[in-house]
Structures are given as structure tokens and as C-alpha cells.
Design a protein around this ligand. Structure first.
Ligand SMILES: [Cu+2]
Length: 92
């Protein structure tokens, strides 16, 4: 029993170390025409599990997203803004 508990604690520690490696990507976002659009885009991104921070630049028509790659993917971020009415693509 004790051995199982130690193994579980070790697994948790390893997961914590991996989760610390956040990834940041930029998205080109379409359909933002007024001051409120960036707010909608930001909220759609923040709702994706694993997203730590989302910033939307209305003038540049981009979104910068910091996320945990263990929980979220670039595809999930693109889908989130697209579902909200703002198709996006990962900026190369
Ligand atoms: Cu708008």
C-alpha cells in the first residue's frame, strides 16, 4: 500500500514538471471588425482547457496564446475561435 502511494506521488511530481513547459503561439484571426470582437475571441480561447493566457491584438488581427501543450493543441485553439465566428490560422 505504502509503495503504491509513493509511486502515485512520483507520477504527480512528473506531471507537474511537464505542465510547466508552456507553449506560446500566434494566430491570424479573421472577421474582427469592431472593438468587441477581440473580447469574444479572447473569451473563446480562454475557455479551452489548458490555456493560461490569451491576448488579442485588434489592429494586427492576431491572437497570442500561452497554453499547456499537454492539455490543449493549436488545432483546438483554431477551432475555438472559428466556432465563435472568427476563423483563425496558426501564424507561421
Ligand atoms: Cu465586433
Amino acid at each position: 500500500m505504502r509503495r503504491i502511494l509513493i509511486a502515485a506521488a512520483g507520477a504527480l511530481l512528473m506531471k507537474g514538471a511537464l505542465a510547466a513547459t508552456a507553449q506560446t503561439i500566434a494566430l491570424d484571426v479573421k472577421n474582427m471588425y469592431c472593438d468587441l470582437c477581440p473580447v469574444t475571441v479572447r473569451k473563446s480561447l480562454e475557455r479551452v482547457p489548458g490555456v493560461a493566457e490569451a491576448k488579442v491584438d485588434f489592429a494586427q488581427k492576431t491572437a497570442t496564446v500561452k497554453f499547456d501543450p499537454d492539455k490543449a493543441t493549436a488545432a483546438a485553439l483554431v477551432k475555438a475561435t472559428t466556432d465563435a465566428g472568427f476563423p483563425s490560422a496558426v501564424r507561421k
